[in-house]
Design a protein around this ligand. Structure first.
Ligand SMILES: [Zn+2]
Length: 101
């Protein structure tokens, strides 16, 4: 039986594997909304397949949630700013007291 004389070195194996790369999947474009989608799959942007709406996609809710998150962040920032201001005021009062002594 034919047998390899030597096994391939780790270096040789790793050089071979160094050329394995991730590739983008082949994409086609949705005829409904022109967004890229996987071929033979329902369009995840508009929910259409073969000219029919197969899935109902909720877009507005996601946007609302994002908006709510932003509002919460802004509220937090305002609170933090207020706390910093209060701390500064307290420090200023302490300094004034120290000056009086
Ligand atoms: Zn689409």
């Amino acid at each position: 039986m034919a047998n390899p004389k030597r096994r391939h070195s780790k270096s040789r194996r790793d050089k071979r594997r160094a050329n394995w790369k991730i590739s983008l999947p082949d994409l086609s474009f949705c005829p409904q909304c022109k967004e890229p989608k996987l071929p033979h799959h329902v369009c995840l942007h508009c929910g259409f397949y073969n000219g029919k709406e197969v899935i109902k996609i909720k877009e507005k809710k996601e946007k609302k949630e994002k908006g709510e998150k932003k509002q919460i962040k802004e509220k937090k920032q305002v609170k933090e700013k207020k706390q910093i201001k209060e701390k500064k005021e307290i420090k200023g009062k302490k300094e004034k007291k120290a000056d009086k002594k």
